[in-house]
Design a binder for this molecule. Structure first.
Ligand code: ADP
Length: 150
């Protein structure tokens, strides 16, 4: 049983995340979408909404589980018996950020990180861009799944 954790803030989930998750399902038997809770961070959407947007997007997909966690992602993976972390790469900035984190998770916990390169039609999307569009009364409907649009 190959179980992966897909960690993130998902503030909110975007079509970029959805793309990585759907493609991740081709590789893993089960994916835990793990919303990291950082008390020092300010979010646009409350945790319950972020969780519900994800659950609604994957309703009926029994191989997707949505959870929240605090603390180290590596510790959460161990507790959930997940051998892998799934992440998406949009560009070299993502790679530079992810490289040392992946190496650290491998060395402290023996967790392997697997990366999928963003599909070109969604590689421009980030949660922060979505928040920016929304804050300025723009139309973000082409960037997010139906559950967020509503
Ligand atoms: P974090 O705050 O941990 O970066 P995010 O919610 O922003 O969390 O992202 C979670 C994961 O989804 C990260 O691996 C990120 O690179 C990936 N991701 C975000 N947007 C996209 C996208 N448009 N295409 C591919 N991967 C993406």
């Amino acid at each position: 049983m190959k179980r992966a954790v897909f960690p993130g803030s998902f503030d909110p989930i975007t079509l970029g995340h959805v793309d990585i998750i759907n493609r991740g399902l081709l590789v893993f038997d089960e994916i835990i979408i793990a919303i990291g809770v950082n008390a020092d961070k300010k979010y646009m959407f409350p945790l319950e909404d972020r969780k519900r947007f994800i659950e609604d997007s994957f309703k009926g997909e029994s191989r997707i589980i949505v959870k929240t966690y605090t603390g180290l992602t590596a510790h959460f993976c161990k507790a959930e018996k997940a051998q892998f972390i799934l992440r998406g790469l949009r560009n070299t900035s993502d790679f530079n950020y992810e490289q040392s984190i992946a190496q650290t998770n491998a060395s402290i916990a023996g967790i392997e990180s697997l990366f999928l390169v963003a599909s070109p039609n969604v590689s421009n999307i980030s949660s922060s861009i979505v928040r920016d569009v929304l804050r300025n009364n723009g139309d973000a409907s082409s960037l997010v799944p139906l559950s967020v649009k509503k």
